[in-house]
Design a binder for this molecule. Structure first.
Ligand SMILES: [Zn+2]
Length: 618
């Protein structure tokens, strides 16, 4: 899409930005948001579990920027559209013409709505496909009670278009309202103002008064209970999981306060969480007002609450200040990863935060061997042409955080903390590019403190591969204390029975299992499992690292437990690398493919896609 100079100037004013980069249109969206932008969305949808569809209409309220424009281009994916109507200035609705382009595997289908005039509102009547990429429809058997079905969404990055026809780019923000019909006995929750007292009579109604980008549209429907945790925090979960969930998440209110002490008021009203069935494909999703969580974070001992800190941190980095396109996604994830460690430090002390940080940095370094150099840069200078050039999915988090940590350590917190808070405050409810951050960094920090980072080093962090040589590596004393015994155990000098693990936290187990990976044979792994029942731990981060080491060691007695893990956990972070490790062993390959045959239908479409890709590799 080309944009005229005049239009760029108009858009500049509207976006409140002087950056030309911000005006390049998002290549992952078909929307002509340089001409017309969605201001508000209303959804009126009915959930049909037998057909696995949502059907009804979406109504978009529009701001027209280009006086000559008469077309509204939207993103869709597998939507069946029955009718589109437009409202005229007098409030009358009339049917209008539209066309759908050819289907694109990555982006879906462009929908062109042809209008006689610049309508203030357009209504699209449609239904979703049972295979909608954002939605997973679970049978009763896939839930804890086994009695009622469940459905949930995962819209990030570009799957919102599979359940709502929208301008599906993080550059466009809109408020939303919704009325959702669901079978009785099921509760509907959304990334909006959930009311625990609502009954769903006349449909479940929602209002999201803060403007959000489309990837934060979220819905969950199931047999759900609500429980209050603190003044503005609460949890929704399946009844059988509620006790464990409420226990695990008990610190959430304190966590919100800790984040506020660092970065200013939480701006979204309530902070609730929805604990999903195990097939949820990721750890957590920062849907505003209602974080979606994997049940695999319920370890029984609150050892994985850093996941909550991460999703909560997104209330500032990501949800409040949003990457303008997915090319800039380190602005969401790198910043959030940095803020997470700061929240953990306030709540649990310096050493816990440091252990977390050291593990994060070590795993980042270790991941570099599998990432092509071009995908190791935080950003490229080239125009945004599509996802093939974006930063590696795993690396954007720790590398972005490492850059901010470096700036913080050199500038000092007295300078850096107000700087970062100022970035969030001055760009609240905006979509931003890396160039905008660089400009802000130069004028609000580096101008006065030029020694903090040279231009050359900043370039190396942003545009170079790997981690710059000048980066300081976090060193936790508690983790350092493990090194001698780990080395002795690997050599066989320290028997398994003599490993002094009594005071180990999950972080120490993760560090130990990372370090012995590929260094110990099946016999030693069996000893570990017998002594510490690692395959049975409630902490899935620990269990995953044990299974990975077991696969590398050829410890196959563990297969029944690993089979149960792969059948019940759908989190991509765990299942994708496990299948990859299994397929790399000739003796495990057929077994892994067999497990996947049964497990596949239990996974979310996102996870299926990732594992399918893994399985197609030779
Ligand atoms: Zn995140």
């Amino acid at each position: 899409m080309k944009t005229s100079t005049l239009l760029r100037a108009t858009l500049c004013a509207i976006l409140g930005t002087a950056s030309a980069q911000a005006l390049a249109l998002d290549p992952l969206s078909y929307a002509n948001y340089d001409q017309v932008r969605t201001r508000a969305l209303h959804m009126d949808l009915k959930a049909d579990f037998a057909k696995k569809t949502l059907s009804g209409y979406a109504e978009l309220s529009l701001d027209w920027l280009d006086k000559s424009a008469r077309t509204l281009d939207l993103d869709t994916r597998e939507l069946t559209i029955s009718k589109i109507e437009a409202q005229d200035a007098a409030g009358r609705w009339t049917p209008v013409k539209y066309t759908l382009d050819k289907f694109d595997e990555e982006k879906g289908q462009a929908l062109h709505v042809q209008l006689a005039a610049q309508s203030p509102k357009v209504r699209i009547h449609y239904r979703t496909a049972p295979t909608a990429s954002a939605l997973q429809w679970l049978t009763p058997a896939q839930t804890l009670s086994g009695k009622r079905p469940f459905m949930f969404s995962q819209s990030q990055s570009i799957n919102a278009r599979s359940w709502v026809p929208v301008q599906d780019t993080p550059s466009v923000r809109f408020t939303y309202t919704a009325r959702i019909e669901a079978p009785s006995g099921l509760r509907v929750v959304m990334s909006a103002d959930n009311d625990p007292k609502a009954t769903g009579k006349g449909g479940w109604k929602f209002n999201m008064p803060q403007p959000i980008p489309s990837y934060l549209l979220a819905i969950g429907i199931g047999e759900l209970e609500a429980r209050t945790l603190g003044g503005r925090t609460g949890v929704y979960a399946e009844p059988q999981r509620m006790e464990a969930a409420a226990y695990e998440l008990a610190d959430t209110e304190k966590m919100v306060e800790a984040a506020e002490s660092l970065y200013g008021p939480y701006r979204w009203g309530r902070y609730d969480m929805l604990v999903l069935p195990p097939s949820f494909p990721i750890g957590g999703m920062e849907n505003p007002r209602l974080t979606f969580l994997t049940p695999t974070m319920i370890a029984g001992d609150r050892s994985l609450v850093d996941l909550i800190a991460h999703e909560l941190a997104h209330s500032w980095s990501g949800n409040l200040v949003t990457n303008a396109s997915w090319k800039h996604w380190w602005l969401n994830e790198g910043f959030t990863t940095y803020v997470t460690t700061r929240i953990l430090e306030v709540l649990y002390g310096e050493e816990v935060a440091l252990m977390n940080l050291q593990l994060e940095q070590e795993e980042a370094i270790d991941s570099l061997k599998d990432i092509p150099p071009a995908k190791q840069a935080l950003i490229t200078r080239a125009a945004d042409t599509g996802s093939a050039t974006y930063t590696d999915e795993g690396l954007a988090y720790p590398k972005g955080a490492w850059l901010l940590r470096t700036l913080e350590e050199r500038a000092g917190r007295a300078v850096f903390d107000p700087f970062l808070r100022g970035w969030f405050d001055s760009h609240a409810f905006q979509s931003v590019t890396t160039d905008q951050f660089i400009a802000y960094l130069r004028s609000n920090l580096l101008a006065e403190h030029p020694k903090v980072m040279s231009d050359a080093e900043l370039d190396e962090w942003l545009y170079g591969p790997g981690i710059p040589a000048g980066a300081k590596h976090a060193k936790s004393q508690r983790l350092a204390a493990l090194d001698a015994s780990t080395a002795a155990w690997i050599k066989g000098a320290l028997p398994t029975a003599k490993l002094d693990t009594k005071a180990w936290t999950a972080a120490e187990w993760m560090k130990f299992l990372n370090d012995i990976d590929s260094q110990a044979d099946a016999k030693r792994l069996k000893e570990l499992d017998t002594a510490f029942r690692l395959a049975k731990t409630g902490n899935n981060e620990v269990a995953f690292r044990f299974y990975r080491a077991a696969v590398h060691a050829g410890y196959r007695d563990i297969r029944p437990q690993m089979n149960a893990f792969l059948m019940s956990v759908g989190r991509q972070k765990f299942v994708v690398p496990l299948y990859a490790a299994l397929r790399a062993n000739a003796e495990d390959r057929a077994w892994a493919e067999n497990v996947y045959k049964s497990a596949r239908e239990r996974y979310h479409p996102e996870t299926q896609g990732s594992v399918d890709k893994q399985m197609a590799k030779q």
